[in-house]
Design a protein around this ligand. Sequence first.
Ligand code: EPZ
Length: 424
Amino acid sequence: MRPGRLIIKGGCRPVGKVEISGAKNAALPLLMATLLAKGEHRISNVPDVTDVHTAKKLLEVLGAKATFSDQTMTIDTTALSQTKAPDEIVRQMRASILALGPLLARFGEAEAAMPGGCAIGERPVNIHLDGLSALGAMIGVEKGYIRAKANRLAGARIRLDFPTVTGTENLMMAATLARGKTIIENAAQEPEIVDLSSALNAMGAQISGAGTEQIKIEGVRELHPLQDYEVMGDRVEAGTFLIAAAATRGDLLLERANSEYLIATTALLRQAGAVIEADPAARTIRVKGPERLKSIHVVTAPYPGFPTDLQAQMMAAVTTANGRSTIREEIFENRLMQVKEMQKMGAAITVRGNMAEVNGLASSLRGSEVRAMDLRASASLIILGMMAEGTTEITGIEHLDRGYERIEQKLAAVGVDISRLDIS
Ligand code: EPZ
C-alpha cells in the first residue's frame, strides 16, 4: 500500500458493476483463530489491505509461517515460538488484541501490549480482560503490557457490559479449549461473529448461538487446522458503495454482496429515496440514486442496528439532501471527526455532543484539500469529493488502505474520475 493522496473530480455518476472483497473485520479474527490449532491452515477471499498484512506480520513474530497471494492466506502454526504480541505491532492495529484469547487457550499464557486509543475513541479492553479472568486466567497489566496466565481455562457464564465485537470474538476463541461449558451473554451479534463461529466449528469447536445475544461454547481438548475457509463479503465496503451511488445519482450492481447483512442501511437509503433491489441468492444488490436524497435521521447501534462504520459515509451522502438530517453516534465517543473536513468542503453541519445536524439546503459543496483521520472517515471524504463541484485532494489515505482493497480502481472502473498521487 502506498500513502500519498487521492484526487477526485466531482460530478460523475458511478454506473456499472463492483465486486465486493472479503471482509477485513471477519478476516482478522479468523487469522488469529489459527493460533488455536497447530498445522497448516488455508483461508481464502482475504482482502489485500494493510491490516491483513499487519496480522500476518504478528503471526510471523509469534513463530508461524505464512504466505499471502491471490486473496489466499496459508498459515502454518506448528512451530509457534512465543506468546507475546509486541507493542510495535499492536500500535499499528488494535485488533492484535485478538491474539490474546487464542494464545492463552492454547499455551496457558499470553502477553499483548495494551492497545492505545485511536482517533475514534479511548477504546478500552476491560470487557475482554474481565471475561478472560472469568474463564480462570490471572491477568496483570504492567509497563503497558497485558500478561495472562492460566493452567487450563474453565468454562464460565459471562455477561458482557457492552456487546463488544472483538471482545465477543476473543472470549469465544478462548472458550473453545476451556474445560466445560461457557455461555457469553449480551454477546455482539455482528455477521463477522457468525463467520468466526462457523470457522471455529470447522476446526472442531462446539459453538452455538453466534449471531444472537447468547453464545454457548462446549470446550474441547484440541482443534484441527482450517482446511479451506472462505471469508464472508465485506458488508461495510458494500454499504460504502451503496451510499456512494445513492448520493451521486449512480446506478451500481454490487456483486458478492450479502443484502441480509445490510438491512438497516438499505432501509435508510430507501427512506432517503434510493431504489435498491437485492437478490440474496445471487448475492447481488442493485442501487440507483435519486436526483436528490431526502433528509433522514441516523442513530448508530450494535448489529443489527445501523453500523457505526457507515456513519461518516451516510453523513456525506445527506450533506445535499432536501432538508435537515440528524446523525447520532452512539458507539464511539469521538467518531464525528470527519465533520471539520466536510465543513471545509462547504457542508452545513453543526455538532452538539454526539449529535450532528446536517442542513442539506444550506450546503454548497466545492472540491478542497482535506485530510482523512480514520478508516471510514476517509471513505466519507471520497463520497463527498464525488458529490462536490471541482477537484478534491484527500491526504492521510494510509487510513483508507487499512480497510479498503483497491477502492480507487473499483470506483474508476464505474466512471468516477479518481486517481492516486504517490507523493505523500
Ligand atoms: C470492532 O471494533 C470493529 N473492528 C470496528 O471497526 C467497529 O467500528 C466496532 O467493532 C463496532 O462495530 C474490528 O472488528 C477489527 P467494540 P471493536 O469493542 O471490537 C466499548 C473499522 O472501521 N468497549 O465493539 O474494538 C468501546 O469503547 C473498525 O473497521 C469497552 O468499553 O469495537 C466502544 O465504545 C473501527 N470495553 C464500544 O464498546 C471493551 O473491553 C464498541 O467497541 C471493549 C469495548
